[in-house]
Ligand binder design. Sequence first.
Ligand SMILES: [Zn+2]
Length: 93
Amino acid sequence: MKREALQEIKRLFSLAEKVFDENPERAHRYVYIARRIGMKANVSIPRELRRKFCRKCLHFLKPGKNCQVRIHKHRVIYKCLDCGNVMRFVVRR
Ligand SMILES: [Zn+2]
């Protein structure tokens, strides 16, 4: 069950990535669904996908489109251009 949920989450994020340019609203919707599946199955969104959506407005984030990415020291700073939320991630080696 958890494994399937995880696969579904990954699938939704790759779909979101694909449709974003044509239909951002749909991409945001996929993020919403992915999160809901995660909550239901009690699985957290994988780390590599967590930076692909805004924690505040829950929009799908695409660098160079609705997201500004900067690297500062050992952190990657993501700024959501839809709501202005800033997220920081530590770069791991
Ligand atoms: Zn946002």
